[in-house]
Design a protein around this ligand. Structure first.
Ligand SMILES: [Zn+2]
Ligand SMILES: [Zn+2]
Ligand SMILES: [Zn+2]
Length: 270
């Protein structure tokens, strides 16, 4: 079996671009949020352009293009197109859908008070150390000056420099800069973990649905071969051409008003 034949048998005529595959995998693993995925998709779409300009599209088109128009039967003499019978997946439609679905579901909203408790717990878990401070204002922003062999307080917490000069610092229990950094890291991790796993991330649902629909769209399962005229009618109007005389009439009618042949009669061309 050739690769093309294999892909066809698997309904993978145009593989989903790697960018989308990666975003989908990260969403499924909950390592990015729906919002982050939507931003990544925005960038990828701009880079990739319309599917029908892709190389893979042009190659796949040759595989599915038939020798005659599937509506009117026009053959080789006509200009034939591969036309989707479904629309290009729309991001905004999926966003609307996901938001509406969310409204109908019983979802646990993010419990902010529980997060606050976790944040306090992280801070409280750090054991403050005995640190040097200013004996006058208890600030930690003190500086030892080698030349003078004294300390000076650089604190400006009251609006004016404390500027107290002393030889022996006082002690107070306080967190070190490293401790503060690691507390912030831990808090960030907790928050990130919460938003990555939130049940009400409707954007995540929307992006997964859009990528899924895109994969089906690119499989070209839902396409047909149309001549230029039929493609135009399908695209621009709600009319169909009569398969007997070619007269364009409303899709909802079953009989051609011009030649009175029922819809579905054998085409005269092709
Ligand atoms: Zn046609
Ligand atoms: Zn001071
Ligand atoms: Zn007719």
């Amino acid at each position: 079996m050739t690769i093309t034949a294999f892909l066809r048998s698997q309904h993978i005529l145009i593989p989903l671009p790697l960018e989308y595959e990666t975003i989908e995998a990260k969403l499924r693993a909950r390592s990015i949020t729906g919002h982050e995925a939507s931003q990544a998709i925005f960038v990828a779409r701009r880079r990739l352009g319309s599917p029908w300009h892709w190389k893979s599209w042009k190659a796949a088109r040759k595989q599915v293009l038939r020798s005659a128009c599937e509506t009117c039967g026009a053959g080789e003499e006509a200009i034939l197109y591969v036309q989707h019978t479904v629309r290009l997946p729309s991001i905004s439609t999926h966003k609307e859908l996901a938001k509406r679905n969310l409204a109908g579901r019983e979802i646990e909203p993010i419990d902010y008070s529980s997060i606050r408790q976790q944040m306090y717990a992280i801070r409280d878990a750090a054991e403050p150390e005995e640190r040097d401070c200013c004996p006058k204002c208890a600030s930690l922003s003190i500086q030892y000056r080698k030349q003078a062999a004294t300390w000076i307080c650089n604190s400006k917490s009251t609006g004016r420099y404390c500027a107290h000069v002393f030889t022996v610092p006082a002690k107070k229990a306080a967190l070190t800069a490293d401790q503060k950094k690691s507390i912030n890291r831990e808090k960030h991790r907790t928050w990130r973990n919460t938003i990555l796993n939130r049940e009400d991330d409707w954007m995540r649902d929307a992006m997964l649905a859009w990528i899924g629909e895109m994969r089906v769209y690119l499989s070209l399962q839902h396409t047909k071969t149309l001549c230029k005229r039929c493609a135009f009618l399908e695209d621009m109007t709600d009319q169909k051409p009569c398969r007997s005389c070619g007269f364009a009439y409303p899709r909802t009618e079953q009989v051609c008003p011009d030649c009175e042949q029922p819809d579905g009669a054998q085409p005269i061309i092709g």
